[in-house]
Design a protein. Structure first.
Length: 198
């Protein structure tokens, strides 16, 4: 069995190869999630927190039980660390916000277009930046729900497990996030048509 859960159980028994397999599978998406939550200005803090997530995995290897998907458990660790980080920033009177990250590995929102390849590439690049900007404006809980659902690819029930919220709460956060993003993108599109943005 090469499931995440099987690898984690094997790692708990001392199989280092199993840990490397888990790390290889999840390092990219998890790192992007942490970076998008903390923002590019907090790059060193994002690296530190990312490493802390894996240290928690290592520390808990012998206690791990399959009560949920490994990825749900992993992202719950990250979520809890991010919540702690947000609290520290708030206590200092600072604000954590998402900043455009040029190294993000792509946009997961599909585009349907009959334009030429070059035009489509330009449009895709603009839309990616517009989406990142609009996601930055979401309140933290809505942004997290959106990123977990649409960037990390978790289903709503898994998002509930990760953020430890009721289904109705997560559904509301996602609904508001999508509504805010739609309005923001429409405003940006309108500004572009008027020549206000390029």
């Amino acid at each position: 069995m090469d499931t995440d859960e099987a690898f984690m159980l094997d790692y708990g028994k001392g199989n280092q190869v199993a840990f490397h397999a888990l790390y290889a599978r999840h390092k990219g998406p998890l790192y992007r999630y942490v970076c998008r939550q903390l923002g590019a200005k907090n790059h060193s803090k994002a690296q530190e927190l990312f490493q802390e997530v894996w240290l928690r995995v290592i520390d808990n290897r012998t206690h791990y039980k399959v009560e949920a998907k490994f990825s749900t458990w992993l992202y719950r660790i990250a979520h809890n660390l991010l919540v702690d980080e947000h609290r520290k920033f708030t206590a200092r009177g600072e604000h954590l916000s998402l900043v455009d990250d040029e190294q993000d590995e792509g946009n997961h929102i599909a585009l349907a277009s009959n334009q030429t390849h070059h035009e489509n590439t330009l449009h895709n690049d603009y839309l990616q930046k517009a989406i990142k900007h609009c996601v930055e404006l979401l309140v933290p809980q809505q942004r997290e729900a959106f990123l977990l659902r649409h960037e990390a690819g978790f289903v709503s029930s898994q998002v509930c497990d990760i953020v430890e919220a009721k289904p109705e709460t997560v559904k509301t956060r996602l609904r508001y996030a999508m509504s805010q993003l739609r309005e923001c993108l429409q405003r940006k599109a309108g500004a572009t048509e008027l020549g206000g943005e390029r």
